[in-house]
Structures are given as structure tokens and as C-alpha cells.
Ligand binder design. Structure first.
Ligand code: PBG
Length: 323
């Protein structure tokens, strides 16, 4: 073959291994789990086949699985009792809410596993929004104040990483301040910095029981999917306010944003392969339309686009496959 031939180095597995540019290991994965406080609330989520809502015991078992497989972090999402959701969302900062109980339960069995949380009011909000609502308007500063309380209680419960997914202005600085002044200096913030107003969150809202609740949409606080520069400004702001790590969400439809964020800021960058992406891939696999290999391919794409890690519902399955 002549100069410029590329096939010479593709000929055997050994040669291909030598020139592999990007790697995917269990250390690159964060595993999001749903924990229910509703009796009988556990079990498979219809729009996310293969993903289950867990009881507290199930969450402990998941933590042990993560440790065994070398997955460094688990991220807790609460499935909370709909009858206890209110407009003022006070359960969000109740030390006994299911999210906080899950943090403590996991820390009991797997103290070395990094526990990440979600900071937003939606699991406890009667109207399904991430912020407090008055006369149909999402209140910014009042929400940030509430999120601060939520953060402290999660830090108290033992969270290692807080994940503010609410998209209010000024929340990162406010949370950082609250953590510093309350003696939780070591708790890290992984900011959902470039979070788009996406239709790909649909199955997640089923999973946490928020679908029927949501009044209107989240377009007044999440980023317009058409906007790349605005996403970059969000990331710049969150880093300047003290975010330790930043996230792009959803993932696969926003790989251009991942690459830009990594190139411009050189900060720890994560992508969230969200529920709708999972549903698309898993639905096609279960229909026999795609082979299961596409799962690893889909995650490798994030690494190629510059992400240090990926939040994915496929975490345990892929870690098992990579082992
Ligand atoms: C809400 C939140 C959402 C997700 C994580 N946190 C949904 C939303 O913004 O409506 C989505 C995750 C997924 O789709 O997998 N605070």
C-alpha cells in the first residue's frame, strides 16, 4: 500500500490497540439511581426498560455493585410521595427526606463511594418545577435561598458532590458560600452548567413521578437548544462562582457543546446521557434494531468529545462489560 494508507494499522487487534486514541473505563462513569419512598414504588420504569426504582436496601446493593465494578460515583434521584409535595417545597430540606436517607444508607455500606446529589426543588414541588413559583413565575432569589438549605442538609447527610440542576442565576456562588460558612469546605459542586430545555428528559420525569405535575415548561430557566454561545456563558459563570466540575446535558445531541467547553475552559467536564437517550438506545436494542455494542460506542463518543466522565444509566452494565 502507498503513503497515506490507513488500513495498515487497522489490520490486527494488536495494531488497532496501539493506535487507540480514546479510552473508556469504569472510572469515567457516574451512575444515576432512582430511590423511592413509596411502598410498592420500586420496580422497572416503563419508559426506561432495564432501569428500576430502588428501595433504600436496593440503593445499598447498588452502592456495593458500584464499588465492586470500580464505578467511583453514584448520583441519587428521589421518587417522593406525591401527597407530600407542596408549593413551598419544605421537604427538600428535610433531613429525613428519601434523598438524604439514601445518602446515609449508602455511606453506611460504601463509605468510599462518592455520593452525588441533585439540587433542585422538583421532587418536592407540587407543580413539578425546579424553583418556587408565584403567579406562574419561577422566582429566582427565593429559590436560590431554598436550594442553599437543601444543600446544607445534603452535606450534613454525607454527600461528596452536590449537583445543582435547577438553572437559577447565582446558585453556584450562593451554594459555595453556604458550604464554606457551615464547615463543609470539602463538599464539591458539579454544576449542571449547560442544561438545555430538552424533550429528552421525558422518561426521567416519569421515573420521578413529575410528568403529570409539571405546569408549563422549563424554558424560562433552561437553555434554548439553539444556543451555543449562551451555553458557554453559563459554564464560564458557574466556574467563576466556584463550580469544581461542569456538566453538559443532554449528552449525545450536544457533543459540540462538550467539545467547546473542554477546549475553552480545560475544567473537569461531564456529560449526562439522559433518560431519553437511554430510552432511544435501549428501545432500539430491545426491538432488535441495534446491537448492544452501540452502548459503548455512545459513551466513547463523549470521551472523544472531551468529557472526563459520563452520567449514564448504563454505568453498571458497561462497567461489567469493560471488566
Ligand atoms: C430536574 C432534573 C431533570 C433531570 C435531572 N434533574 C429533569 C428536568 O430538568 O426536568 C433529567 C435527567 C434525565 O433525563 O435522565 N431537576
Amino acid at each position: 500500500r502507498h503513503h497515506g494508507a490507513q488500513r495498515r494499522l487497522r489490520r490486527t487487534p494488536a495494531l488497532r490497540a496501539m493506535v487507540t486514541e480514546t479510552t473508556l473505563t469504569p472510572a469515567n462513569l457516574i451512575w444515576p439511581i432512582f430511590v423511592t419512598e413509596i411502598a410498592g414504588g420500586e420496580g422497572e420504569i416503563p419508559s426506561m426498560p432495564g432501569v428500576e426504582r430502588l428501595t433504600l436496601d436496593g440503593a445499598k446493593r447498588a452502592a456495593e455493585t458500584a464499588m465492586r465494578l470500580g464505578i467511583p460515583a453514584i448520583c441519587i434521584f428521589p421518587h417522593s410521595d406525591p401527597d407530600l409535595k407542596t408549593e413551598s417545597c419544605e421537604r427538600a430540606w428535610d433531613p429525613e427526606n428519601i434523598g438524604n436517607r439514601a445518602i446515609r444508607a449508602i455511606k453506611q455500606v460504601a463509605p468510599e463511594l462518592a455520593v452525588m446529589t441533585d439540587i433542585a426543588l422538583d421532587p418536592y414541588n407540587a407543580n413539578g418545577h425546579d424553583g418556587l413559583v408565584r403567579d406562574g413565575v419561577i422566582l429566582n432569589d427565593e429559590t436560590v435561598e431554598a436550594l442553599g438549605r437543601m444543600a446544607l442538609v445534603q452535606a450534613e447527610a454525607g454527600a461528596d458532590i452536590l449537583g445543582p440542576s435547577d438553572m437559577m442565576d447565582g446558585r453556584i456562588g450562593a451554594l459555595r458560600g453556604r458550604l464554606e460558612e457551615s464547615g463543609h469546605k470539602d463538599v464539591a459542586i458539579l454544576s449542571y452548567a449547560a442544561k438545555f430545555a430538552s424533550g429528552f428528559y421525558g422518561p426521567f420525569r416519569d421515573a420521578v413521578g413529575a410528568s403529570g405535575r409539571l405546569v408549563g415548561d422549563k424554558k424560562t430557566y433552561q437553555v434554548n437548544p439553539a444556543n451555543r454561545e449562551e451555553a458557554m456563558r453559563c459554564v464560564a459563570r458557574d466556574l467563576s462562582e466556584g463550580a469544581d466540575m461542569v456538566m453538559v446535558k443532554p449528552g449525545m445531541p450536544y457533543l459540540d457543546i462538550c467539545r467547546m467547553v473542554k477546549d475553552q475552559f480545560a475544567a473537569p467536564t461531564f456529560a449526562y446521557q439522559v433518560s431519553g437517550e437511554y430510552a432511544m438506545i435501549e428501545g432500539a436494542i430491545r426491538n432488535g434494531w441495534l446491537a448492544r455494542e452501540v452502548v459503548v460506542e455512545s459513551l466513547l463518543a463523549f470521551r472523544r468529545a472531551g468529557c472526563d466522565g459520563i452520567l449514564t444509566y448504563y454505568a453498571p452494565q458497561v462497567a461489567e462489560r469493560l471488566a
